[in-house]
Write a protein that binds this ligand. Structure first.
Ligand code: URA
Length: 427
């Protein structure tokens, strides 16, 4: 069936709903180049204002999945489960949870992304390991899942190509901030990767992609519905992101912290979120009757899986990670309790030190980042070392320091710390 794109733009502009056939046609025609960027931009802006009805969004997401291939992981011999985070500062949970859940018996096919803005991307972090390659052809993905139990890799061009085009257009037309568009973008890629179950880690708080708790909850609910509608057992945890996670933000710094955690150590907040996610991932595929992820992590068993995963993608797990040439220490301005360490400010500082990119093509520095030497709630002494700023280029330090101007609050009373795991969203 053929439609006139202008009619579809007008329908959405006036608050109407597209028919299933119209949705299928529009997504296909845009992916094939028959609908122009300016027409799709107008349609997307209409979606930003008017939204999509639930059934319309389900169809839109299915059409995005159908624009490319859907990986078949049925032969890997273990149940498949992935996790996706909406992005946070210091969020290296994937690096720990993928080998951990694999060590507990599931297969974790993680197609990950790169960072843009103040939050980091898993692939950028993994690429700080000498030799490690993000590209993994589908046959190798299946082999690694069978033999090792998990991978973290880049999505190939054949997976949800409609999203690739739509996301690039949304990026330059002010149409990223729309819950139906974000939900369909994330879920089309996760559904196409072929996982049978998916746990979403939706971040809430000042350092999160969506800072309003109500928006974060609505995004989580929307994605949970989309996943289940497409036959992927999906649920979400809402987790706090007012304070950065762990003790580091920056690629090589975060890999080192993930390894420390896999070996049975690591910061308590990182361990708490990782274990909560791992337990739900295993429950989604019926493997929650086996070893508890907290015990597996504490015993260091998942580190062996990590080493095999890194090796399977060309990396050397024994190679030294790169380290920054310049480390600037920031001292506590007063003594007392560390009441606030603002996640977004730390993320922006790490980005300005060289860890982030402004455009998708920009290179990132593996060694740049921030380490904080105290956690929120800790007592600190006046003029004791509080933050380390790592960079290859000292000219970047003033802008990073500027980002941190109001990031730290020290007071006489301990802060009220909200629980990290805020809620679970499931059908
Ligand atoms: N991440 C995605 O993959 N898509 C969005 O729209 C936003 C974040």
């Amino acid at each position: 069936m053929t439609f006139h794109v202008i009619d579809l733009i007008r329908t959405k502009r006036d608050g109407g709903r597209l028919s299933d056939d119209a949705v299928d046609w529009l997504v296909r025609a845009y992916t094939d180049g028959a609908v122009a960027d300016e027409q799709m931009a107008a349609f997307l802006m209409a979606v930003v204002w008017r939204g999509m009805e639930p059934a319309e969004l389900t169809r839109w997401t299915a059409a995005m999945v159908a624009s490319g291939e859907r990986l078949d992981l049925s032969g890997v011999g273990r149940p498949t489960v992935d996790k996706h985070s909406t992005g946070g500062v210091g969020d290296k949970v994937s690096l720990v949870v993928v080998p951990l859940v694999a060590a507990c018996g599931a297969a974790v096919p993680q197609l990950a992304g790169r960072g843009l803005g103040h939050t980091g991307g898993t692939l950028d972090k993994m690429e700080s390991i000498p030799g490690w390659q993000a590209a993994l052809p589908p046959d190798r993905m299946r082999a690694v899942l069978r033999d090792v139990g998990g991978f973290m890799a880049a999505a190939g061009a054949g997976l949800a190509p409609a999203d690739r085009k739509l996301y690039a257009l949304r990026d330059v037309t002010g149409t990223v901030e729309s819950i139906p568009l974000i939900a369909s973008s994330i879920m089309s890629k996760k559904i196409a990767e072929g996982t049978s179950a998916l746990l979403l880690d939706v971040k809430v708080g000042s350092g999160a992609f969506l800072t309003s708790p109500a928006d974060a909850r609505l995004l989580a609910e929307t994605m949970v519905e989309l996943g289940n509608a497409e036959g992927v057992a999906t649920e979400a945890l809402l987790t706090g992101m007012d304070t950065p996670l762990g003790r580091t933000a920056g690629h090589a710094l975060e890999v080192a912290e993930a390894v420390e955690t896999l070996c049975g150590g690591g910061p308590v907040d990182l361990v708490e979120v990782t274990v909560a996610l791992a337990r739900r991932m295993l429950a989604l595929v019926g493997l929650d009757g086996g070893a508890d992820p907290a015990d597996v992590l504490a015993a260091g068993t998942a580190y062996d899986t990590w080493r095999r995963m890194v090796t399977a993608q060309g990396g050397d797990p024994d190679a030294a990670l790169p380290s920054a040439e310049h480390v600037e220490t920031v001292y506590a301005p007063a003594g007392g309790f560390l009441r606030t360490l603002e996640a977004r400010a730390v993320g922006v500082a790490a980005w300005r030190l060289g860890a982030g990119r402004s455009r998708k093509e920009d290179p990132v520095s593996a060694t740049a980042g921030v380490r904080w030497l105290a956690a929120v709630g800790d007592r600190v002494s006046a003029r004791s070392p509080l933050l380390e700023l790592h960079t290859h280029d000292p000219a970047r330090l003033p802008a990073a320091l500027e980002a941190l101007t109001n990031a730290v609050e020290i007071g006489d009373t301990p802060p009220v710390v909200e629980p990290l795991i805020r809620d679970r969203i499931h059908l």
